[in-house]
Design a protein around this ligand. Structure first.
Ligand SMILES: [Fe+2]
Ligand SMILES: [Fe+2]
Length: 178
């Protein structure tokens, strides 16, 4: 077994391992986006967004910030360590998405990205709220991709939409740990 370098085309992070994992451990992008580092051009995020694409990137940043903060809020609860650590990880995945969208929009990451936000008050109702958020995110990114003209923006919105779809499955799984 030999250690290899994989680079995620979506978040740009490097994964070091013997073989590619099923998903990027940082942004959750599916295995097809993990490639040799030579497939990651230095100017990959150098896009010139149209007015619509720029507005959609800004909406994406807002959505990821809100979701990241919501999950950090959930992760402050002390009474279920499996769920606490799962939603802490989920917060970091959404933060990674936020950073990608900021790079594409050439904007700074919001100051409050890692500040825990308000939750609905219980694990069960928060998981329901999470389902609502993930469904919305997945559908929204699919529509942003649909109307985008930039190939790179389409690629990122498609990949992240699929990740948010995975998070719907995760919420259903989380219910079994309540
Ligand atoms: Fe990634
Ligand atoms: Fe998500």
């Amino acid at each position: 077994m030999q250690l290899k370098i994989y680079r995620c085309r979506i978040c740009g992070e490097v994964y070091l391992g013997y073989e590619a994992p099923g998903n990027c451990p940082f942004c959750g992008a599916h295995v097809e986006y993990l490639e040799g580092p030579e497939k990651y051009p230095a100017d990959i995020n150098d896009v010139q967004p149209t007015e619509t694409e720029r507005a959609d990137l800004e909406s994406s940043i807002e959505l990821e910030t809100s979701n990241c903060r919501f999950y950090l809020g959930m992760a402050q609860r002390k009474d279920n360590d499996t769920l606490r650590s799962t939603y802490k990880r989920l917060a970091k995945v959404e933060a990674e998405h936020c950073e990608v969208f900021c790079k594409l929009a050439k904007l700074d990451v919001p100051d409050d990205l890692m500040t825990p936000g308000e939750t609905t008050g219980s694990w069960a109702t928060d998981i329901e709220e999470s389902l609502r958020r993930e469904n919305r995110a997945s559908a929204l990114y699919a529509s942003f991709s649909e109307r985008a003209t930039s190939g790179r923006l389409k690629e990122v919105w498609d990949a992240v939409s699929a990740v948010e779809q995975d998070h719907i499955t995760l919420d259903e799984l989380a219910k079994t740990y309540l």
